[in-house]
Design a protein around this ligand. Structure first.
Ligand code: SF4
Length: 165
């Protein structure tokens, strides 16, 4: 059975971004990921009850605020719990999440001033997943999820060759 990989739903083309768009990854990369992993999509923000489209939000003061000032922390927390439950249900030990998102971003996010300023930190869901031992990847590190591509290919070639002997 393939290893399960939690993945931001917008990477698969789901139009769940705040502006109604997606973050579709290149077809070739998605095909290779799907060959190696059972892809488990989640959009924490919509899973938490937020609509499409919606105000953009950023982490601030220990919570998450929409650009219009609304406190959306509770919705972000519901989404994070959904993502965690999916990881537990499907046994995901890795997650491929959209970088810089206030939910999905890992390592670097916007600073809460809506001025395109980046700071160190995780999105709300990413932080929860990391705390539960899930290893986080983003679009710039997705290739490292496939580092064994060549090994797998070589193993298959060797296996076929052995079978013919
Ligand atoms: S919450 Fe995550 S999955 Fe949903 S649109 Fe934002 S980056 Fe994509």
């Amino acid at each position: 059975m393939k290893e399960a990989l939690l993945i931001s739903a917008c990477f698969l083309g789901r139009r769940c971004k705040y502006d109604g768009g997606s973050n579709l990854l290149p077809r070739e990369l998605l095909d290779r990921l799907a060959a190696h992993y059972r892809l488990i999509p989640v959009c924490p923000e919509t899973a938490g009850g937020l609509p499409i489209p919606r105000e953009p939000s950023e982490r601030r003061d220990g919570g998450v605020r929409a650009r219009d000032g609304a406190d959306v922390t509770a919705a972000y927390e519901r989404g994070a719990q959904t993502a965690l439950k999916l990881c537990e249900r499907f046994g995901c030990r890795k997650a491929l999440l959209k970088e810089r998102s206030p939910s999905c971003g890992s390592g670097v996010i916007y600073d809460g001033t809506f001025s395109h300023t980046l700071v160190s930190g995780d999105g709300w869901t990413a932080e929860k997943l990391r705390a539960h031992g899930v290893v986080l990847y983003g679009e710039s590190t997705a290739e490292s999820l496939l580092d064994n591509d060549n090994d797998v290919g070589a193993t298959l070639v060797v296996a076929r060759a052995v079978k013919k002997m």
